[in-house]
Design a protein around this ligand. Structure first.
Ligand SMILES: C[S@@+](CC[C@H](N)C(=O)[O-])C[C@H]1O[C@@H](n2cnc3c(N)ncnc32)[C@H](O)[C@@H]1O
Length: 221
């Protein structure tokens, strides 16, 4: 894979974090991501996670064919699967899969790191079947100042090279390839038990929500 300086630095950053990443990641966030994914997965059978890191999201999903990809080889090696999850080292902007291979493509905290989020969306559309779904969860770029402050206070893991996406930019990523089903901010308080975290999120009602993170769920046209 040919890499620019920025991409090489990013990959080195995540290679170095691989051994400890999952243990140090925020537990309230992980639970909220898992709840969201289970809610929207439907009866998807062929699931691809891009920028998967070492997390167990795929292991916990009830789908017969699951593939985890990441461009950090160390992240792929450090994964501890609890059931069969295929792994491939791959750049989310150039996926090594044939067209229409999957019916669900998900990514968690990836889009803020890639050189071109629209290229990731376009690749996801290519490998998805028509009617397949794409879910992206990413930090809320409209609160970049707060996210950077939390990182400086060591209250979140270091991002490495990144650009947080503003909500409107995330919500528009589907272009003509996808139909947006949900676009919302969440995780206003990513600390404490699930019930509490959900209750706080519920306070922002049914609109665009509020929180440190945001997600986009779309269906391929
Ligand atoms: C913030 S971590 C998130 C890991 C995992 N999704 C999670 O939430 O625990 C970002 C991950 O994206 C990967 N990544 C960054 N740019 C990538 C790209 N262009 N293609 C594939 N993976 C990438 C990194 O190696 C890293 O594992």
């Amino acid at each position: 894979m040919a890499m620019g300086k920025e991409t090489a630095a990013l990959r080195a950053h995540y290679d170095a974090l691989a051994g400890s990443y999952d243990g140090e990641a925020n537990q309230a966030c992980k639970r909220a991501y898992a709840e969201l994914i289970r809610r929207v997965l439907g009866n998807a059978k062929r699931v691809l996670e891009i920028g998967a890191g070492t997390g167990k999201l795929l292991s916990d999903l009830d789908a017969p064919f699951k593939v985890a990809t990441d461009f950090s080889p160390q992240m792929m090696v450090a994964r501890k699967e609890e059931c069969l999850v295929h792994r491939a080292t791959a750049n989310a902007e150039q996926l090594p899969f044939q067209d229409s291979t999957f019916d669900f493509v998900l990514n968690v905290n990836l889009l803020e790191h890639v050189s071109s989020p629209p290229q990731v969306v376009s690749e996801a559309a290519r490998v998805l079947t028509p009617g397949g779904r794409f879910l992206a969860i990413t930090p809320n770029g409209d609160l970049a100042w707060l996210l950077e402050l939390l990182e400086r206070l060591h209250l979140k893991l270091p991002e490495g090279p990144h650009r947080f996406l503003p909500f409107d930019e995330l919500a528009a990523l589907g272009g003509s390839l996808f139909r947006v089903e949900e676009a919302r901010r969440f995780l206003a308080c990513p600390a404490g038990p699930s019930g509490w975290v959900r209750w706080v999120d519920g306070l922002s009602g049914k609109g665009r929500g509020w929180g440190l993170f945001q997600y986009l769920l779309m269906e391929k046209r």
